[in-house]
Design a protein around this ligand. Structure first.
Ligand SMILES: C[S@@+](CC[C@H](N)C(=O)[O-])C[C@H]1O[C@@H](n2cnc3c(N)ncnc32)[C@H](O)[C@@H]1O
Length: 219
């Protein structure tokens, strides 16, 4: 099916609450596992998490890398409210700094990060170049990069099936957003083309679940 874009920021309070309270155990632990598998010996000191949302992945990684500091960036005030609560509950306020910024326009506090992570941001962006541009500009050479996102299904019917399989008991607002996100996401071919345009062909793209793709490698 043809891609149907969705709004860029998740800045409605109820939308952010539904997302922050949803069960993303399977996909968020997959993200963390992929980072560890692809970069087993890496101990980055400073991570950049783009589109951190409620920061669940940031918190999981902060527990695994106890010497690391994280800059967690999101353009939505509502999402950052939930992220702040999660970080305080996890007593990680000293190591996870929340930054309200809209990429790629807003400046980030550090020029070059040791590692870059981003989950489920790509399909939200008005232009995917916002992500690839930020990655090329803000990573130190050889920095590990892991981007995971939804993978666009063949049809709206397949998207509906996925929503029913994984979010049957979630609130309607989350089911609506999940459906819209699936329709807004990219295919592997499309992501490979985006990488080519930014000279990022060195990064690999692969399907990693029935509804996710991952992009990883070193800059
Ligand atoms: C689907 S959520 C993913 C949150 C988190 N990474 C996770 O995996 O749970 C996407 C987030 O990206 C944020 N976002 C979208 N476009 C953005 C932009 N241009 N700059 C900064 N944040 C953006 C949204 O506000 C939202 O919180």
């Amino acid at each position: 099916m043809k891609r149907i874009p969705e709004p860029e920021l998740m800045d409605d309070l109820e939308q952010a609450r539904a997302y922050a309270e949803a069960d993303f155990e399977e996909s968020n632990s997959l993200f963390v596992r992929l980072f560890q598998e692809h970069f087993p010996d890496e101990k980055p000191k400073l991570f950049l998490d783009l589109g951190c949302g409620p920061a669940d992945i940031t918190i999981r990684l902060a527990r695994i890398y106890p010497d690391a500091v994280f800059h967690a960036v999101d353009g939505s005030e509502a999402m950052l409210l939930f992220a702040k609560k999660g970080i305080l509950d996890a007593s990680l306020g000293k190591r996870i700094k929340l930054i309200k910024a809209f990429i790629p326009e807003d400046p980030l506090p550090v020029r070059h990060y040791d590692a870059l992570i981003s989950n489920s941001l790509l399909h939200h962006l008005k232009s995917p170049h916002a992500l690839w541009k930020t990655i090329t500009e803000h990573c130190r050479p050889e920095a590990p990069v892991l981007v995971m996102d939804l993978l666009r299904p063949e049809s709206p019917e397949k998207a509906r099936e996925i929503v029913n399989r994984y979010s049957a008991s979630e609130p309607e607002i989350l089911r609506r957003d999940f459906f819209n996100s699936l329709c807004a996401s990219y295919t592997i071919d499309e992501v490979e083309k985006q990488l080519g345009l930014f000279g990022l062909e060195g990064l690999k793209v692969k399907q990693v679940s029935d509804r996710h793709l991952a992009v990883w490698g070193r800059l």
